[in-house]
Design a binder for this molecule. Structure first.
Ligand SMILES: [Zn+2]
Ligand SMILES: [Zn+2]
Length: 209
């Protein structure tokens, strides 16, 4: 079997994203009207998250619930050399960090600036809610936005022949971690993905619009 679907970027699948409703934990849907240009990230789009179970709605993307990443970029308070520091992505930002200057070795406390972190985390890129379609495989998390995304990945994982030559840097497949691409995980991934699809269908079948 050959995988020869177009090299979609992950954002291609982001028009409908299943998340855990932040109020009732049932599956809620984040719908987004994507603008014409979406790479590296869509601008001027409108997203709405709604839960048909409890009626929760969110339209304000400044209420970010996802991961943030902190940066310190400034001059050393002692010698003036450039200091550059990046934190791990976290959901619990803090105000300052102690940094030791590479040049003069002085350790001081500096303020951290935090920015939304949308990459490679199992959250939706618009509000930062936790994705419904996520499952752990060994020490890793496999996450998907919706059923189309799931089928696309599954077809890729099941394929014995993969045409990788036409992919680009934003292609979802290009950016998949190696453990997803490895044929030795094929069976477990397909099994888990089928289970996820079943769980979502079970929860949404009766109130799907
Ligand atoms: Zn809800
Ligand atoms: Zn210094």
């Amino acid at each position: 079997m050959r995988f020869n679907k177009p090299a979609y970027p992950t954002v291609h699948f982001s028009e409908e994203i299943w998340v855990n409703c932040p109020k009732c934990s049932e599956p809620a849907l984040v719908k987004t009207e994507l603008p014409k240009y979406t790479l590296p990230f869509p601008r001027g789009h409108k997203s709405i998250c709604s839960c048909s179970h409890c009626g929760f709605q969110e339209t304000n993307e400044s209420n970010w619930s996802g991961f943030v990443q902190g940066f310190i970029n400034r001059a050393c308070g002692n010698c003036g050399s450039g200091i550059s520091y990046t934190t791990e992505p976290t959901k619990e930002p803090y105000e300052t960090s102690e940094i030791t200057c590479d040049v003069c070795k002085a350790t001081r406390e500096y303020e951290i600036k935090w920015y939304r972190y949308r990459n490679d985390k199992p959250t939706d890129p618009y509000f930062g809610f936790d994705l419904f379609l996520q499952t752990s495989i060994k020490d890793n998390v496999l996450w998907l936005y919706n059923i189309d995304h799931l089928d696309y990945l599954k077809e890729y994982v099941e394929a014995k022949l993969r045409e990788d030559d036409v992919r680009h840097k934003y292609s979802m497949i290009t950016n998949l971690p190696q453990w997803v691409k490895s044929s030795k995980n094929r069976e477990v991934i397909v099994k888990k993905v089928n289970k996820l699809r079943h769980e979502l269908e079970k929860k949404t079948l009766h109130n799907n619009t």
